[in-house]
Design a protein around this ligand. Sequence first.
Ligand SMILES: Cc1cc2nc3c(=O)[nH]c(=O)nc-3n(C[C@H](O)[C@H](O)[C@H](O)COP(=O)(O)OP(=O)(O)OC[C@H]3O[C@@H](n4cnc5c(N)ncnc54)[C@H](O)[C@@H]3O)c2cc1C
Length: 512
Amino acid sequence: MPATTTTSQPTYQFNPPMFDAVVIGSGIGGLVTATQLAAKGASVLVLESYLIPGGSAGYFERQGYRFDVGASMIFGFGTQGTTNLLTRALNAVNVSLETIPDSVQIDYHLPDNLNLKVHRDYEKFLQELTAHFPQESKGIRKFYDECWKVFNCLNAMELLSLEEPGYLTRVFFQHPFACLGLVKYLPQNAGDIARRYISDQALLKFIDMECYCWSVVPADMTPMINAGMVFSDRHYGGINYPRGGVGQIAQKLVEGLEKAGGKIQYQARVIKIITENGRAVGVQLADGKVYRAKRIVSNATRWDTFEKLLPPEQMPAAEKKWQQRYQKSPSFLSLHLGVAADVLPPGTECHHILLSDWEKMEAAEGTIFVSIPTLLDPDLAPTGFHIIHAFTPSWIKDWQGLSASEYEQQKEEAAGRIIHRLEKIFPGLDAGLDYMEVGTPRSHRRFLGRDDGSYGPIPRHKLLGLLGMPFNRTAIPGLYCVGDSTFPGQGLNAVAFSGFACAHRIAVDLGL
Ligand SMILES: Cc1cc2nc3c(=O)[nH]c(=O)nc-3n(C[C@H](O)[C@H](O)[C@H](O)COP(=O)(O)OP(=O)(O)OC[C@H]3O[C@@H](n4cnc5c(N)ncnc54)[C@H](O)[C@@H]3O)c2cc1C
């Protein structure tokens, strides 16, 4: 059954403007789609409900501090290979960004004194891990070397739409072994491969954490394709921080979009995707304006797209099936702190992960993630101060039904608990606080327009690797999705991949 026109009819303007593509949302997925299409000559309009672009990769400024909203451990800024998708996305529209290399991806502070650093230098990282698990030295190397095999396959080919048969044929003839390698890994999860080589339970828990810290599920549920990317690219292209803050990535993409003839409108909240005879043909804004386009791209989550922008009772069967396989991950409780510089002991690294009890790795307020971007770019804070962004999983249900004063009190208490735990690595943190702003799942929902403030989809149960993740086309003709609800999932470089693929598929569909 094709979806029909939404029930209440929009107030159409006379001859609403017509674009090749309208993109709902200016997250990195939406902006990469838009810039790629504009670079190919398409007329593109991006509609963003907030005041600035970037979504979860945005920023905000308070009292001389420039805080990243979310992401700050950035992959995809390498200079070689094909997986450096952020570098490539910027280059495609003739803009660039200065980045600052980070020599350590994560400084782990884990139960049973498992404290170690993931160095940019692969051998140095393996040495440090092996020193904790000498009996597993061979298994450690075999597991991480196998991740390199996945990465080398990906990094050999141009990463475009797997929904485009012409591209698949071309890439297969150009790189047959790499393609066969990827086909082999596509249905596998990292945990299965880790257990093939490793039996020490503490080490397997460490590998769970290595996956959890970006996939928010343990290794058994983390697709090997994603693990191969993350566990190798951190040593290849490395982790690089954009000078001026993560928000610069979106700002630069917008600059490139406009240079290439595309347009973006802020404070433009789409409330409806308009369908005619089952086909997506336009969007309606909260202020009643209507834009029509040959192709509509939603950078909102799939839950927002199919339950809010389209009538939920007409949800296509494929989406219902997807929701049976994937659920919303929790959101985060975020502490954005300004602290006196002497709070940080000498040699402090930029990114930390803290956990005191393995049983609580996935629990609300279990794992704490910490970013201190001012260690790489001091200009983000006033002289003599640093930014600490500490965040931990949190569910929206725990923040609902509260009065304004109860909400404030709950925020204060939660922040107190997190600061108390952070004192373990930053003694004197509480006394050194200069500024604090607490974001809850409600803030993530409100400012990022994400259902329940979720970080994105996670499998409900163990799935066959990445096989269940949808690509960009949807069951509704003319409507595409991009961003972390599509293949290959969360993370800036991953949503950039989704953007390249989405633009490629649309360009072929439009004959560009
Ligand atoms: C706390 C936190 C830490 C993270 N850390 C990292 C990290 O270190 N490294 C990393 O790579 N990734 C990290 N991530 C994940 C990464 O930020 C996301 O996966 C990625 O940014 C999602 O991009 P997206 O394209 O899916 O869109 P989003 O970022 O979700 O942006 C969507 C945009 O669409 C707009 N929008 C939505 N609905 C509408 C509508 N109806 N009308 C108009 N506009 C609309 C929103 O306002 C938003 O701007 C982190 C995320 C969070 C929350």
